[in-house]
Design a protein around this ligand. Structure first.
Ligand code: ADP
Length: 417
């Protein structure tokens, strides 16, 4: 009987009752340098009414190695006191040479030495029997128990092997998908960038005069290209994140300048939606040791979401100050007067691909649900964190906390330099 994995991936182990009622013929190797004793052991086993044994005999270590065939021998009964190498060493030879052989080994110890008994069990024996108990049924019981235990052990080994294989397959598939995303995103970005440049030339009148109506239409085309670029950027970042290749390259920088750059990046969208952006950055903030480009990326993402999920005419504010509750840290808070996030969704919005379903019609340009995952990872690479508070119908506040000093450089940073 073997364990099996069905189509749904559920694993079925044989039940112990099933194991014990099986009457498969068992081939047992008996190794003893005393032929009369070896014969006696064989007889006791052959007399077993529940299990049919076929006995293979050997007189010492070398003979045992010669006759041993892992495909034939189901279990072994070894005398501890063999000439040259003892029974324990013989058992260890079997286990080392045939790691996939699960036949139980029972060792016969003479003189009833408890010390030897403990040693043989530690070395991997299924059981031990003092020589004086051989003539009674204890040898049959010990061997039957050992066989059952070995079957379970084999079933568990096979299950683990099946799980390892399934795991490897999943990891390979995951890798393939990541590489595919990365490749597709790159391949699409190149012609997209070319298209963006050409459309911009048209927009700026570099290839001839255009009417106001044409300018407006071309402007919308540029916005669509920007949106596509941003989606592909998220995909590429995500595949980098999966491969552990998301990097930060820290240098001293002013938070004020980073906030201004982020606001500038989202201003066209905010203007188009008639959303006012208000900034308030404390004057006396110390210089930070961060990857300025990455911090701008995170803030632009939070601002972009704030604008996206706020009705036209609403307000988005960015404030930066020393962290109220953590000395040695600064905090940047992006607050909006938008639709807010339901309490049940809050714990999940940093999860990959998570998007709140019921977003109403405030949303322009749906994302992929990757922005916050990437933002959170980038801030963690800086030794900081992002948190959110929100009230449906009132608005949301995302707070980025960053360390001021020069923190310990992370492993990912070292490898990138
Ligand atoms: P997406 O690109 O879809 O916006 P994000 O990871 O940036 O992905 O955000 C995940 C989800 O969190 C969004 O789809 C939205 O449902 C919610 N969310 C994020 N920011 C806000 C916000 N300022 N107001 C309301 N909902 C938000």
């Amino acid at each position: 009987m073997t364990a099996s994995l069905n189509m749904t991936g559920t694993f079925h182990l044989p039940k112990v009752e099933d194991l014990s009622t099986e009457l498969e013929p068992i081939t047992v190797l008996i190794v003893d340098d005393d032929p009369a004793f070896g014969y006696l052991c064989g007889r006791v086993l052959e007399d077993d009414k529940h299990i049919k044994y076929t006995v293979v005999r050997a007189g010492d270590y070398d003979e045992a190695i010669k006759v041993f065939d892992p495909d034939v021998i189901d279990c072994a009964l070894l005398d501890f006191n063999l000439p040259r190498f003892d029974g324990c060493q013989l058992m260890q030879y079997f286990h080392a040479t045939y790691p996939n052989w699960f036949g139980p080994v029972v060792i016969i110890t003479s003189g009833g030495s408890e010390e030897i008994a403990v040693d043989v069990m530690r070395a991997g024996a299924a059981d031990y029997i003092p020589k004086q108990s051989i003539a009674n049924s204890s040898i049959q019981r010990a061997m039957a128990n050992a066989l059952e235990k070995a079957k379970l052990k084999k079933a568990i080994f096979e299950r683990n092997k099946a799980l390892e294989l399934a795991n490897d397959k999943l990891a390979r598939r995951n890798n393939e998908i990541s590489r595919f995303y990365h490749r597709v995103s790159h391949e699409i970005k190149t012609p997209l960038t070319a298209a963006q440049m050409l459309i911009s030339m048209l927009h700026e009148g570099l290839v001839g005069e255009i009417s106001e109506q044409q300018r407006s239409i071309i402007g919308q085309a540029i916005e669509s290209c920007d949106e596509l670029t941003s989606l592909f950027n998220d995909l590429v970042e995500c595949t980098r994140m999966d491969a552990g290749k998301l990097r930060v390259n820290r240098k001293p920088g002013q938070l004020d300048a980073m906030v201004q750059r982020a606001v500038l990046a989202v201003s066209p969208v905010a203007d188009a939606r008639a959303i006012t952006i208000v900034t308030a950055v404390d004057d006396d903030l110390p210089e930070l040791f961060v990857d300025a480009g990455r911090i701008v990326q995170v803030l632009a993402n939070l601002l972009g979401n704030a604008i996206k999920f706020t009705q036209p005419g609403g307000r988005v504010s960015v404030c930066a100050q020393l962290a109220a509750h953590q000395s040695g840290f600064v905090e940047v808070c992006v607050t909006d007067t938008g639709m807010g996030i339901d309490a049940k969704d809050l714990p999940r919005i940093f999860d990959r691909l998570y998007q709140v379903n019921d977003v109403g019609d405030a949303v322009v340009g749906a994302g992929l649900g990757l922005g916050l995952t990437i933002a959170s990872e980038l801030i963690q690479l800086h030794g900081g964190n992002i948190t959110v508070k929100s009230e449906p119908g009132v608005g949301s506040a995302f707070t980025v906390v960053l360390p001021i000093g020069s923190p310990i450089i992370s492993l990912s940073e070292c490898t990138s330099q």
